[in-house]
Every structure is written in C-alpha cells, then in structure tokens.
Design a binder for this molecule. Structure first.
Ligand SMILES: Nc1ncnc2c1ncn2[C@@H]1O[C@H](COP(=O)(O)OP(=O)(O)OP(=O)(O)O)[C@@H](O)[C@H]1O
Length: 268
C-alpha cells in the first residue's frame, strides 16, 4: 500500500550545532490506515519524531512527507493527544471537543452554519468513549481518565487522516488504560485513520498496533520492526496468551539491548 507518512534519513538537533542530537538517520514509512506504535529507551527521541511528523518542529536534515506533501508547517490533517489531556479549564467538555473545528478548515468556515451537525458529531464521539452526559461539565469536574477520553474525542472531531498519540494513557491506572485501549481500537476500526502511537507500555503497543517500531538510544533511529499477527478486534484476553507475552518479552529484550548500547560518537 502507498505510504501515508514517510520519513527519509532525518536528523534533529536541538539548540544549534552544539545542541542535543535527538535523531539521526531516522527513516520510516507508515501506510494509509495503518496503526504503528513506536517504542524505545527513555530519551531516544520518540516525542521529537512526533513533532517532526506534525510539523511542530522542522527537521535539521532529511525530509518528512505526509499525504504526498513535504511537511513544512504544522499539519491540519493531524489529530493529536498527549500524556496530559491539556483541556482548556474554562470551556465545557463539549466546547473542548469542538475546539479543532474553530481552527481547522474547512470546518472553521462551516461551523457557524452547520453547528448543530458538528455538535451532534461531538456528542456521538463522547458517547462512543463512554462520556455521555458530561458534555456541559468543566474539565476539572472529571477524573483523569475521563479527561483523557475527552481529549481523544478532541483529537478525532475533525476526522483527521492522521492521529498522533504521544503516551496518551501514560498517566492513567492500568484498568482505565486497558478500557481506553478498547475504545481506541473501536474508533480506529470504525474510522481507519493512520495512527502513530508513542508508548512506553509494550503491552499497549502489541495490543493496539499492526506494527511496532523499536528505536535505538539517542540519537534515535528505527532499529527493528515487529508485525503483530493477532486478528481484530483484539480482546483483553489476547494479552494473556503465550504468543502475546512472547512478543512483549522479545520487544523488552530489544529495548534492553538498545539501552545498553553506547551512544554513537558525536551524539552528545
Ligand atoms: N525542546 C528541546 N530542547 C532541547 N533538547 C530537547 C528538547 N526536547 C527534547 N530534547 C532532548 O532531545 C532528546 C530526545 O527527547 P524526546 O523527548 O524526543 O525523547 P523521548 O524518547 O520522547 O523521551 P521519553 O521516553 O523520556 O519521553 C532528549 O535528550 C531531550 O532532552
């Protein structure tokens, strides 16, 4: 299938020539509608990779292409969710979810005349993630898990072709996290956006992804890819099978090896 996201030999250095080399020789390709997880040692450049793909930072070297276009400014085709829900405290949950519609074209233009339809869409998404009835509440009235569900809705409301998730469930307890895996899988199966998920949780990566990419320690590059063979929809019970656990163990071993490997000379 034609790639939707292509990263060619990218390097990223923060803070000028003497600064931190976060990525070097990083290449990857993600097909349209594919769900890819990126794992790797702490500080290896996973979040940096996300910033480059979404156009929040320019690469120091190399090219990033999304949907056939080189990324030179922040992408409007991307929905994003991070470890902290970052909901605006003065807006209701419904208004938070609808925020991207006020920014991203063509929705921005249509919002005034088609507000009722957009609002119905937002309410539908909130229902899908189990948040029916909290539309008028303020973020601080919701638990962390509920806020993260709402932020997932906000990332999806403008029907992004690309969903970029950077540790979206990292701050949640394991039960809430597992609930949200199922929600995310359901949303992905229904809408099929291309997803890149950064996570430290290898069970999460194997449960959700079609392919898990493992990065080296900094400066990060992709050192391996693991195809996940389990059929969908995946059940939580899948995570207790020996096949699943063997994949998680193999990824853990890869990350341990990557962590122990010396940084390349000149990486500092
Ligand atoms: N804005 C910045 N300015 C300077 N250095 C930065 C900046 N952002 C990240 N770095 C450095 O770049 C390297 C990669 O950081 P990044 O956050 O991309 O790694 P990560 O793999 O996402 O980390 P973690 O797994 O701990 O979340 C780190 O050494 C980090 O300190």
């Amino acid at each position: 299938m034609k790639p939707f996201v292509e990263i060619h030999d990218v390097a990223m250095r923060y803070g000028g020539v003497e600064g931190t080399l976060a990525l070097r020789g990083t290449s990857l390709s993600v097909a349209k509608g594919e769900f890819v997880a990126v794992v790797g040692p702490s500080g290896c450049g996973k979040s940096t990779l996300m910033r480059l793909v979404t156009g929040l930072w320019p690469a120091t070297e190399g090219t990033v292409i999304v949907g056939g276009q080189e990324v030179v400014k922040p992408l409007s085709v991307a929905g994003m969710a991070f470890q902290n829900p970052t909901l605006l405290p003065w807006r209701s949950i419904l208004d938070n979810v609808m925020l991207p519609l006020e920014v991203v074209e063509p929705h921005r233009r249509r919002l005034r005349t088609e507000r009722a339809a957009y609002e119905a869409e937002a309410r539908g998404l909130l229902k899908l993630v189990g948040l029916e009835g909290v539309e008028k509440k303020q973020p601080w009235q919701l638990s962390g898990g509920m806020q993260q569900r709402a932020s997932l809705c906000r990332a999806l409301i403008h029907q992004p072709a690309l969903l970029m998730l950077d540790e979206p469930f990292g701050a949640l307890d394991i039960f809430t996290r597992e609930d949200l895996w199922a929600v995310l899988q359901e949303v992905w199966l229904a809408r099929r956006p291309t997803v890149i998920l950064v996570t430290h949780d290898l069970r999460e990566a194997v449960y959700l992804a079609d392919r898990v990419l493992c990065m080296s320690s900094r400066p990060g590059r992709i050192i391996s890819e693991t195809r996940i063979p389990f059929s969908r929809p995946r059940e939580l019970a899948t995570t207790y099978t020996p096949e699943f656990q063997a994949l998680v163990a193999a990824l853990r071993e890869e990350i341990n090896t990557a962590r122990k490997s010396e940084e390349v000379p000149g990486a500092a």
